[in-house]
Design a protein around this ligand. Structure first.
Ligand code: AMP
Length: 294
């Protein structure tokens, strides 16, 4: 499967030079802006890193992209497809939160309450979870990332900007009626983690807004007995998550727009219509564009 990144800014290349791990810099950058610890979260040992972060030229490293967008828009779906295509880790902070929430750690019940109300987890917890994930990836030789669900506040965006250069921020957009239906129709395989959707979305165009059709994404037979719904995918909680997105995360779009990094992408429909168009918008040539859309 050949992939060609046409934009020279986004050329993928592995690096051999030694750099200060990004995980340590994120954690340290956060420490300098945090006065109080709100939780008993264990601070990773690399917290004490004192030298300034080293930025690598985009040509010397893999891409560092961010996916923004409302709950249910499909950040996870498209970020994970691109991750497979480009061989770059897809890091979803929502997944990190759910892993911690399902563990027997001391934060578990606190996180469950926050997430199930549709609220945001504190910046401190998120930075700590993300730093640990980046540290684990770096230890395995990972380079570059596609972040999904981070940053979600201006403060998170500033911390990220303080430690590394983000090459591109993709802002996925979909009409709000479709977002709610997609969250309510989402089903996850508890065994393999596969993401499916039972919603059939057919919204007529009105007032200049185009209509949109999105076919269900059925689970394969082996996953059907294991399908579960996320506890925060209820009508009430999704509405709260959308409200919080508008209040806390919408300004992050502006943050990156002002820096000339935001790529707006209106999803034209389901995966078969959207995936090839997204590749085009990203200047990615993919010889299997058609099959990849299936
Ligand atoms: P998601 O899977 O992205 O919808 O995230 C699920 C939940 O995890 C969110 O509703 C938040 O409670 C929490 N979460 C994920 N990412 C962040 C973040 N960057 N900042 C704060 N909370 C987050």
């Amino acid at each position: 499967m050949a992939v060609l990144l046409r934009n020279p800014k986004t050329i993928t290349r592995t690096t051999t030079c030694s750099i200060k791990p990004l995980s340590s810099c994120i954690s340290r950058s956060f420490s300098s802006t945090t006065l109080n610890s709100e939780t008993d979260l264990k601070v990773p040992s690399f917290f004490s890193c004192i030298s300034p972060p080293l930025r690598q030229e985009p040509k010397d490293r893999n891409v560092q992209w961010v996916f923004l967008g409302c709950p249910g828009v499909g950040k996870g779906t498209y970020a994970s497809r691109l991750s497979n295509l480009l061989g770059i880790p897809h890091i979803a902070t929502g997944d990190l939160v759910r892993e911690e929430l399902n563990s027997s750690g001391t934060l578990s019940s606190q996180l469950k309450e926050i997430v199930n109300q549709g609220k945001l987890v504190s910046d401190e917890i998120i930075i700590s979870l993300l730093s640990k994930r980046l540290e684990a990836g770096e230890a395995k030789g990972e380079s570059g990332f596609i972040l999904d669900g981070f940053p979600r506040t201006i403060r998170q965006a500033e911390i990220l900007e303080g430690v590394t250069d983000i090459d591109l921020v993709v802002n996925l957009k979909l009409r709000e009626e479709a977002l709610l239906a997609k969250c309510l129709g989402r089903r996850i395989c508890s065994q393999c983690g596969g993401n499916y959707n039972i919603a059939s979305i057919d919204i007529k165009g009105e007032n200049g807004k185009p209509g949109i059709y999105m076919a269900p994404l059925p689970a394969p037979p082996q996953c059907v007995p294991n399908l579960i719904q996320r506890a925060d995918d209820t009508k009430e909680v999704v509405k709260e998550r959308l409200r919080i997105y508008n209040e806390m995360s919408r300004p992050v779009e502006e943050f990156y727009r002002n820096r000339g990094k935001l790529l707006e992408f209106d999803l034209p429909g389901g995966i078969p219509e959207s995936w090839p168009k997204l590749l085009e918008a990203l200047n990615l040539d993919h010889e299997d564009k058609c099959t990849a859309a299936a």
